[in-house]
Ligand binder design. Structure first.
Ligand SMILES: [Zn+2]
Length: 551
């Protein structure tokens, strides 16, 4: 009896030894993220991310690491470029027959599963012999967009969130700014880096921005949105809303066993039948901003009360379902983007009176209702003067209700041929250039008939928001004939970003530079009580002018 037993244990040791070798070999081939190593109790620090990325580089020839930005506190924000072969400088991309997809995570550094999921995704693509997606796509991944916020990891952050128990970072960056409110004013190195080193350098077809939700209670681990602003390209917006996202959602459920639902919250939690509603359409939110640039964008919001492992898995599966879709529909996506740019240019060449720019919106329900696997909630009163706490019960409450996520224009103004900047303000010029707008200057003085906006009222919010006192203005439009000196800046709308130019410069734009205080000193005089005319004039009709491009 003893001998065979010995044989078995010798065999066991051999097998164990081989599997140990195998495990070691696997560990060499497949580095694990901090989330995976810690059984989803912890998330990666900046140094962990950099180590992981360097390890991937040692294992794969298909990864290059660029710098997206240097944070306020001096950290490198890495941009992973993944392609087979690795793409040459951006100018050659148009001939490469591959689409560029940009995945960004950790813009709010308490919402960390995208960081782990995007690193896992990079690894699994690079180390898979089939190199999935890379015949069709070039991937850009920024796993740790808000590096400074990430380094403030503490179990005290987002305590309501389902882990990781060893803590997460904070929402804001090193300047105390919310980076998902900075797309218009571009005050952070992260957003300026995104513009310069991703959007203008690589011009991705699609941006995916990964977050964690904050509010509603439901079973779906993944929620999502698309670029919501109706001033963006209507065809891309409708395609994302009606075709792309429903198909990705269905595939996510069928192929990856991950239920998803459009992002939102109940309009009235006491009466869920009134509908499920998405968020605001302003382009200060990054995904809405990308829509204004005529590109595809997807907001990923993972369910805050799901445990960390489930959130990482959900986020990972969502990214795969998105890439599945993009690889299968690349030509369609590219055609829509090219068409959107072409339409934008045509719109500005000779804008008719019908060309509108929306300055007020309303949200309407989609044609089809949405089904949410919600939980019944209970209302727990708190102390006097405090809002009651809303807490979920275990009872599932399936609701099929209208989905208010179709923002449409309610009031519009005329879309012009060009904007004329009546003040030589280098800060405003720099801002326009950072966004990638074509700006020209008059080569000689010109007398022009323009539309002026005479400000009658300007209300600045009392409470500071992102370091600003946001403005609301009222005024009247008037036709004026004005002499503009040589050197006056002209922003033509006949450019792919013509809609963005209008958003930044229209006086009544709800998220333009006027709102963000760039023009306060011109509008509000210090020496009299009378408000001044807004110093951006609209050239309504085309006019030929001697002008040169600002470099
Ligand atoms: Zn967020």
């Amino acid at each position: 009896m003893k001998k065979p037993a010995k044989k078995i244990s010798a065999l066991f040791i051999l097998v164990a030894g081989i599997s140990l070798l195998g495990a070691f070999g696997l560990a060499q081939e497949k580095p694990l993220t901090v989330a995976e190593q810690s059984q989803f109790k912890a998330t990666s620090r900046h140094a962990d991310v950099m180590t992981f990325v360097r390890t991937l580089q040692r294992l794969s020839p298909y990864l290059r690491v660029e710098t997206l930005a240097t944070s306020t506190e001096g950290r490198e924000v890495p941009l992973l470029v993944i392609g087979n072969p690795l793409p040459l400088p951006p100018a050659s991309l148009r001939q490469s027959n591959r689409g560029i997809i940009y995945i960004q995570a950790n813009i709010h550094a308490g919402e960390v599963e995208g960081k782990e999921a995007s690193l896992m995704l990079a690894r699994d693509i690079l180390l898979s012999p089939e190199l999935p997606y890379l015949d069709k796509l070039i991937l850009l991944i920024a796993p740790i967009f808000n590096a400074d916020g990430n380094e403030r990891i503490s179990p005290e952050s987002r305590k309501h969130q389902g882990g990781p128990e060893q803590g997460v970072g904070v929402r804001h960056n090193g300047q105390n700014l919310d980076l998902n409110r900075d797309s218009i004013k571009l005050e952070s190195p992260e957003l300026r880096g995104l513009l310069e080193n991703v959007l203008l350098r690589w011009d991705p077809l699609l941006l995916v921005d990964c977050h964690t939700t904050n509010g509603a209670y439901h079973q779906e681990v993944v929620t999502y949105s698309w670029g919501l602003n109706p001033n963006g390209d209507g065809a891309i917006l409708a395609y994302q809303r009606d075709r792309m996202m429903p198909e990705i959602e269905a595939n996510l459920e069928k192929k990856y066993d991950t239920p998803a639902v459009g992002y939102g919250g109940f309009r009235d939690f006491r009466a869920p039948e009134k509908g499920w509603e998405t968020f605001e359409p302003q382009p200060r939110y990054l995904t809405n901003y990308i829509g204004l640039r005529n590109r595809f964008s997807i907001l990923d919001e993972n369910y805050v009360y799901a445990d960390f492992r489930s959130r990482v898995r959900g986020n990972y599966n969502f990214l795969r379902a998105i890439l599945d879709y993009c690889a299968a529909h690349l030509e369609e996506i590219e055609r829509l983007v090219a068409e959107a740019d072409r339409k934008a240019i045509l719109k500005g060449i000779n804008p008719s009176e019908k060309e509108n720019f929306f300055v007020e919106y309303e949200v309407l329900p989609l044609k089809n209702p949405v089904t949410i696997h919600a939980y019944e909630t209970e209302v727990i009163p708190r102390g006097e003067g405090q809002r009651p706490e809303i807490r979920a019960t275990d009872k599932v409450n399936v609701q099929t209700v209208p989905y208010y996520s179709d923002w449409v224009g309610k009031r519009s103004v005329r879309f012009p041929y060009a904007y004329v900047l009546g003040v030589p303000d280098s800060e405003i010029l720099a801002k326009l250039r950072q966004h990638g707008l074509l700006v020209e200057k008059l080569a000689e003085a010109a007398t022009l008939e323009v539309e002026a906006f005479r400000v009658k009222e300007i209300k600045s919010a009392e409470r500071a928001y992102q370091g600003h006192h946001l403005n609301q203005v009222k005024g009247e439009y008037a036709v004026e004939t004005k002499l503009f000196p040589a050197g006056t800046l002209i922003i033509p709308t006949a450019q792919p970003l013509g809609g963005l130019a209008a958003y930044l410069l229209e006086p009544e734009s709800d998220d333009g530079l006027l709102v963000w205080n760039f023009f306060d000193r011109y509008i509000i005089p210090q020496w009299s009580r009378e408000l001044q005319t807004y110093p951006v004039y609209k050239l309504v009709r085309p006019v030929n002018l001697a002008r040169e491009v600002i470099r």
